[in-house]
Design a protein around this ligand. Sequence first.
Ligand code: PRT
Ligand code: ZN
Length: 304
Amino acid sequence: MSPVNGGATRDRLRIAIQKSGRLSEPARALLASCGLSWRESRDKLFCYGETLPVDLLLVRDDDIPGLLADGVCDYGIVGRNVLEEQAADRALRGLPAVSKEVRPLGFGGCRLDIAIPEAQAWDGPQQLQGTRIATSYPGLLQRWLDVEGVQATIVNLSGSVEIAPRLGQADVICDLVSSGATLTANQLKPAVTLLRSEAVLAGPMRAFTDARGELAALLLRRLDGVLRLRDSRLLMFQSSRAGVPALLKLLPDAEPPTLLQVDGAETVALQVLCHGEMTWQRLEDLKHAGAAGLMVLPVERMLA
Ligand code: PRT
Ligand code: ZN
């Protein structure tokens, strides 16, 4: 079969993910945890979906918005920074949006920051008037400069942005930052954040009118289940019936509990699905408030 047939009617769903890079492994793992599997061909561009008619295209992340725009792929897993850059670029050229963020996916977190030389003070955006700013995100930078009313020269670089000030190519930079170590290594410091980013599922503006519609709904349903459970734990403990309200106040991120009567009318056993991190401190607080026999269990799968 041909992996590419444009935006024509199809009965298989096609998802573009990064071939190799920061997002490729977590993207595959996430889709696998939704019950998808593929005939492995990791060296190639195309993976044929086996458990469901959902195929993968393995590509460079920068190509994903274009593949979505052309209808070659139905969904893509890509950094919000890449998706928003395409949107900003299209908007600056007066073109309509062609794809949208469908779900944030909770990995690949970073920020698009303007970073300035360490020795400089930051007095706000107006300080950038008349400067040269090196970036690989000219659309997002221009959009921000327009909002702030700043006139600056954008130096468009495809890589090694951090080194541009030292090479005399630019005064400051606008680049992705996660730990900040790269900025420090280049005697730069973050000044202002233009965008908070993470990997997202990007998809079409309009719903599918063919068999892909049902497949897409199924995929999103499973994805929502997986994302919801990612930080979820099943908490089990016993307490006096009278003590339950005080304990539940300590669990604001919990689903309504299941209560089982244990010992006469007084003692109850509780099962609570909690969505936040279950730290030792939280367990100790619960114990202090009267919980006994506390147990935290991982949740593997859930179908509401
Ligand atoms: O080959 P391909 O084009 O597909 O890959 P790529 O090299 O363009 O992308 P890749 O794999 O580097 O990044 C993919 C996506 O990961 C990005 O689009 C972001 O959404 C996300 N991401 C998360 C990051 C970072 N964190 C990150 N730290 N992308 C890049 N960086 C850079 C940063 O700019 C710096 O140069 O990594 C370096 C280390 O960052 P610090 O702050 O930890 O030092
Ligand atoms: Zn890239």
